[in-house]
Design a protein around this ligand. Structure first.
Ligand SMILES: [Zn+2]
Length: 387
């Protein structure tokens, strides 16, 4: 298999022939999703801390109990603002290196249970007030290595910049990241509330990060306008877009993203909490429209503990509410590798291995080789993300 063929696999699957109905019915969608090898590219460490863990850590550090004792209240939020408050409370409970190790290890173990073989996850250095960045890294990186050894889940780390703190502080953030380079730290992200904090404010810090060999991604078009998606691609030169839902408001941008092969890390459950797209079953839901438009999507959990979800559940939501076939879900799973920041050799090898494994999961009548049955004219050249 040539490199071009391997890179085309995800696009082929997404564009590929649909299974006949009787073939689809032969697939038990739940067991198929459970068995599907998957990647997580949009997960926040702090949003993956289970309530009992946050409560235990808060007690350990003698923090005010009332914020934590009622776990159901802590994880009950009507909008993005309330969600970010809960997120901050959890962040306060993660203080020393052992805490960071524990929450990272528990998160990666849950990813592995959900069939995630590879995880690129965010964490929020600026949300842990008074904690040294090196302390955070020590615990997180050690847990990443332990989880790979114990659960076979490989991972990379993306420090995420809180856009609400403004561009002045962002360069200090990057100074810190650059001063503590570890091989596990692969890029930077941009998150928190987009409204009033457009991507262009961070052009300088993103340019410097790219020049220093870091990959870059940004949350855009979650609760901000389609212009934030465009600016994240054109001004920040992002490799991929996190969320991106409001791209659907601009048909020309949708066409450009399709042409360029931009990858979007979408998070179905998140949309029902923090966006205007709350009905997953509606054909007007942004993710549904992004699928229909032929955009390259990767399905993720975002903040699985806060949103009470996991990766298998997110795939099943898309299968059930948006009518995705097993073949399409397989394409999404392979997109997780295509959109990843793995080195090219590993990426090619894993795409090949996963494709063979997925072929064995599909029913016999449908399991023709994934790389052989889409006419060349339908194949989309994989984009080098945005640029
Ligand atoms: Zn996110």
């Amino acid at each position: 298999m040539t490199q071009a063929e391997i890179q085309d696999l995800g696009a082929q699957l997404m564009a590929g022939e649909h299974l006949l109905e009787e073939q689809e019915s032969a697939v038990d969608i739940e067991s198929f999703v459970r068995s599907l090898p998957k990647a997580e590219l949009h997960l926040h460490l702090e949003g993956a801390v289970a309530a009992p863990t946050a409560i235990e850590l808060a007690r350990k550090h003698g923090l005010s109990a009332h914020d934590y004792e009622d776990a159901s209240k802590l994880f009950d939020f009507p909008d993005l603002g309330a969600f970010l408050q809960a997120y901050d409370i959890i962040c306060n409970s993660i203080v020393d290196s052992d805490d960071f190790h524990r929450v990272t290890y528990e998160m990666l173990a849950r990813c592995a249970v959900n069939g995630a073989r590879y995880v690129e996850f965010f964490f929020s250095p600026q949300a842990h007030h008074g904690v040294a960045y090196a302390t955070m890294l020590d615990g997180i990186v050690a847990a990443m290595r332990d989880a790979a050894r114990d659960h076979g889940v490989h991972s990379r780390l993306i420090p995420a910049l809180n856009r609400e703190l403004g561009p002045e502080i962002s360069m200090q953030f990057l100074d810190l990241v650059l001063a503590h380079r570890r091989e596990e730290v692969i890029g930077i992200g941009l998150d928190y509330n987009e409204v009033g904090h457009p991507p262009g404010l961070y052009a300088d810090v993103y340019r410097r990060a790219r020049n220093r060999g870091l990959r870059v991604t940004a949350h855009a078009g979650e609760n901000g306008p389609s212009e934030h998606v465009g600016a994240s691609l054109d001004v920040l030169a992002c490799d991929r877009i996190d969320h991106g839902y409001h791209v659907v408001d601009d048909p020309a941008l949708v066409a450009a993203c399709r042409e360029r092969g931009v990858f979007f890390t979408v998070c179905p459950t998140t949309t029902t909490y923090t966006t205007t797209f709350r009905d997953l079953a509606s054909p007007g839901h942004a993710i549904h429209r992004m699928f229909d438009a032929g955009l390259n999507l990767v399905i993720n959990t975002d903040d699985p503990a806060l949103f009470r979800t996991d990766l298998n559940s997110e795939y099943l939501l898309v299968a059930r509410h948006m009518g995705c076939t097993p073949q399409q879900l397989a394409g999404v799973a392979l997109n997780g590798l295509r959109a990843s920041w793995l080195d090219d050799t590993t990426k090619r090898a894993w795409i090949s291995e996963w494709s063979a494994e997925i072929n064995r999961l599909l029913p016999p009548a449908a399991s023709r080789p994934l790389d052989s049955h889409v006419p060349a004219t339908e194949r989309r050249t994989p984009g080098k993300a945005a640029h």
